[in-house]
Write a protein that binds this ligand. Structure first.
Ligand code: B16
Ligand code: MG
Length: 225
């Protein structure tokens, strides 16, 4: 039986990837190189620090010692400043189609809901979208020490929901490969949001929540189990 549904934020509830991309590209341009949308795919679900490492590798600054730790921290802070500026202008209209309806259906079915995101900006985004009340627990990048594909964020969600919910009683909704792997590593069910080509380890993949019902998802999870 599924007792908890855990949702990733970026790419599942809202498309913040475009704002992350805009801010990382701005940093790359300052450093004198182009960071493409395709390069940006590698940053989805990945922590801020690791994202910077990947960006610097793409720009040919991958070698140890290319920048000091202090310089790297300053770059990450600059990127985050721009990102926060962009997301501060967001409105509930940017919630991905069908997400709110889906969350409501899950809750009406007596299933607990949690948000499990790698982002340290989760609080600002939830405030802007005005959907904090749809989650019984929120775990973000400020509360865990190990990032996806480690399952820590999702296991913390399950324990914060209380009631002794087991990982096998949770389903995670994720758009990133690292997130799908985290869910599976934690022994949870996982529904991929995106394409089945990239999210191979998910039990079920849907392109988004539009037209998707919780009842339908639940039935399909029962058949693949
Ligand atoms: P921040 P999620 C992740 O959020 C994003 O997918 C990823 O691109 C980003 O680098 C990461 O959060 C950290 O975000 O810089 O705001 O702390 O998909 O786990 O909700
Ligand atoms: Mg995501």
């Amino acid at each position: 039986m599924i007792r908890a549904a855990i949702f990733d934020l970026d790419g599942v509830i809202v498309d913040t990837a475009k704002y992350h991309y805009r801010a990382w590209r701005r940093l790359a341009r300052e450093l004198g190189f182009e960071f493409t949308e395709q390069d940006n795919e590698r940053l989805k679900g990945v922590s801020r620090g690791r994202s910077l490492e990947i960006l610097l590798e793409v720009g040919g600054f991958g070698k140890e010692g290319a920048f000091s730790d202090v310089q790297r921290q300053q770059m990450a802070d600059r990127k985050n400043g721009w990102y926060v500026e962009y997301v501060s202008g967001m409105t509930p209209a940017e919630i991905l189609p069908g997400a709110v309806e889906f969350l409501r259906e899950v809750r009406e079915d007596g299933v607990r809901t949690a948000l499990g995101s790698a982002s340290k900006n989760t609080g600002i985004i939830l405030d802007r979208l005005k959907i904090g009340g749809l989650f019984d627990a929120v775990v973000d990048g400020t509360m865990v020490s190990r990032t996806k594909p480690d399952p820590e964020v999702f296991l913390t969600c399950a324990s914060m929901l209380g009631g002794g919910i087991l990982p096998t009683e949770c389903v995670v909704f994720e758009d990133a490969e690292a997130g799908v792997r985290a869910a599976r590593a934690g022994g949870m069910h996982c529904v991929g949001i995106g394409s089945s080509e990239t999210l191979r380890e998910a039990e079920l993949v849907v392109s988004g929540f539009a037209g998707v019902s919780w009842k339908g998802v639940k039935n399909q999870l029962n058949t693949v189990r």
